[in-house]
Ligand binder design. Sequence first.
Ligand SMILES: Cc1cc2nc3c(=O)[nH]c(=O)nc-3n(C[C@H](O)[C@H](O)[C@H](O)COP(=O)(O)OP(=O)(O)OC[C@H]3O[C@@H](n4cnc5c(N)ncnc54)[C@H](O)[C@@H]3O)c2cc1C
Ligand SMILES: *[C@@H]1O[C@H](CO)[C@@H](O)[C@H](O)[C@H]1NC(C)=O
Ligand SMILES: *[C@@H]1O[C@H](CO)[C@@H](O)[C@H](O)[C@H]1NC(C)=O
Ligand SMILES: *[C@@H]1O[C@H](CO)[C@@H](O)[C@H](O)[C@H]1NC(C)=O
Ligand SMILES: *[C@@H]1O[C@H](CO)[C@@H](O)[C@H](O)[C@H]1NC(C)=O
Ligand SMILES: *[C@@H]1O[C@H](CO)[C@@H](O)[C@H](O)[C@H]1NC(C)=O
Length: 526
Amino acid sequence: MRFLQVGCKAALVAAIGSLASASSFKNHYYDYIVVGGGPAGIITAERFVEAGKKVLLLERGVGPTVATGANETLTWNKDLTAIDLPGLSADVGSLPVWDEYMCTDTEGMAACVLGGGVTVNYMVFVHPPEHDFDDNNNWPEGWKWKDLKPAAERLYQRNPGTTLPSADGKRYDQGLYSVLSKFFSTVGWKSVDMISEPNEKHKVYSYPSWNIKDQKRAGPVRTYLPLAEKKDNFSLQLGTKVIRVVRSGSHITGVEVQTSSGETEIITLARDGRVKQIETAKDSGIKVPPKKQWLDLPVGLGFRDHPIFTLKVQTNGSFGIPDYDAIVNGTDRKDISLYGKNSGLLTQGKHRAIFFSSNELNGQTRYYQGSCAPADGSVLEIKTYLTHGATSTGVLGLDSNQKTVFEESPYMQTADDKKAAAAFVKELISDISTPGSGLELITKPNVTAILNTISSGNHYTTSAKLGTDDGRKGGSSVVDLNTKVYGTDNLYVVDGSIHPDLPTGNIQTTIMVIAEAAAARILAQH
Ligand SMILES: Cc1cc2nc3c(=O)[nH]c(=O)nc-3n(C[C@H](O)[C@H](O)[C@H](O)COP(=O)(O)OP(=O)(O)OC[C@H]3O[C@@H](n4cnc5c(N)ncnc54)[C@H](O)[C@@H]3O)c2cc1C
Ligand SMILES: *[C@@H]1O[C@H](CO)[C@@H](O)[C@H](O)[C@H]1NC(C)=O
Ligand SMILES: *[C@@H]1O[C@H](CO)[C@@H](O)[C@H](O)[C@H]1NC(C)=O
Ligand SMILES: *[C@@H]1O[C@H](CO)[C@@H](O)[C@H](O)[C@H]1NC(C)=O
Ligand SMILES: *[C@@H]1O[C@H](CO)[C@@H](O)[C@H](O)[C@H]1NC(C)=O
Ligand SMILES: *[C@@H]1O[C@H](CO)[C@@H](O)[C@H](O)[C@H]1NC(C)=O
């Protein structure tokens, strides 16, 4: 363990998922120290370097690509890891690196590897609709779509997402899409392109938009990091975990880091607002500032996520799960040889169709996303997310082992969320059960049971909310409109935790857009 100092004008940017903190390195001075090399951290760090700043990016995990140090490549391609190959993303949980990459100190799933969740996720890349920012007051003035649009355009230029990744312009394994598109047109839903028509989110379906570029898993590790690494003013330090921020009053002066990997400890600054949490951190062995310097901020309150309801449906379509073992061990010559021509099944992600819809209850519109993927033997699995418009919140905390815990579940806490989600699921079941739909429900058509067996969306937000109402004065916000932590001079948070609201679709695209926007606002301050 050692202490690192930062220059007096330096800023510390926390980008570590639902955790948060900051730092610097050895005798060097940095203009910006970014903690956490997830999507938010890499994008911010790269934009700082591009603006001529000296930047250190600290990441606790290892690199997942050959360029970032991974050496476990595919047997049939020494330039690619299994993580890079879109065709293996559906099976990412059974890859040998999964255990190495997943965090062991968070409740729910999070990835402790360079690239964060984007390194291990299912690559669904939903361009956010304008209404996510504009239809209520959760996103404050200054963070509406008109403000964010330029940031989104900057992101899409580098990391656009695609519904058609295969270089030969063909789509592969379309049995599921053909069954579903028939079903949806029978029940009156519309086919859209979710990339070019992001605002269409009611009774629509689309080919999936995936975070794929040049036939590889994309994301900031590939689309931003190489640009930063070309600059002398950028340093990336892997295997370096920030334990805590060192500060004098409101001014952050450094961070305490741990460079030996393996031990599970946790940093606390973004979360140390709630006094009880500071005491828990202290009891678990983390040094905390004198009590008069504690910042009583509502970190962890108002915590949100998308709940998922899963339906399984029998069809007569021709599709199934690819033979992942044969892809990994190189015996699936047909698909591997097509991939050699930048084409085929292995250029595609897990899902075959994505749908969106919404319903209204007591004046509140709630949105739903359905991610549809092949299961065994012509069975279709629909993961339905209750998304934007959900009113439930929970509480995220820290336990005495420095592990994050749900003190209160963020799922289905309000009567209206239960009622609206039940109505949506009921209607979907009824459509599926219409004779001639081509679909037969395998899941029991018991709405209560379906709603009772929710799983986590792993799209966590709002544990360090952005807003104008200062949490130290009884408000609900932890960071101000420049993403600066209230009560500090130079600590910023830019990851998913600052989002005051849930997006309509899977969250990673929104996280990247907000990081682009936050980087610009922070640069304007320094
Ligand atoms: C299994 C899974 C599947 C998902 N599927 C999808 C999907 O298909 N589509 C989609 O849009 N979203 C998906 N998501 C969600 C999405 O990946 C995350 O919301 C997103 O990655 C969050 O970005 P972030 O930058 O806020 O934080 P993270 O991605 O969590 O990044 C945090 C980074 O900080 C590092 N870090 C943490 N603590 C410290 C510390 N103390 N010191 C130094 N470094 C630290 C971590 O190692 C990590 O690199 C999925 C998530 C999971 C877990
Ligand atoms: C590198 O950072 C230093 C310190 O901020 C700055 O003076 C210098 O101009 C930067 N160099 C480049 C090439 O951006
Ligand atoms: C592969 O990488 C791991 C982790 O960085 C390292 O421990 C190991 O020695 C490397 N193996 C080879 C053969 O280089
Ligand atoms: C590769 O995987 C396939 C499918 O599981 C299996 O049939 C085959 O025996 C494996 N071959 C080798 C060489 O491991
Ligand atoms: C599949 O085909 C069989 C035989 O024609 C039919 O009985 C069954 O209802 C069909 N299933 C679906 C889901 O359409
Ligand atoms: C539906 O499931 C619930 C359990 O979640 C059970 O109590 C109820 O009896 C079921 N209803 C029917 C009609 O099967």
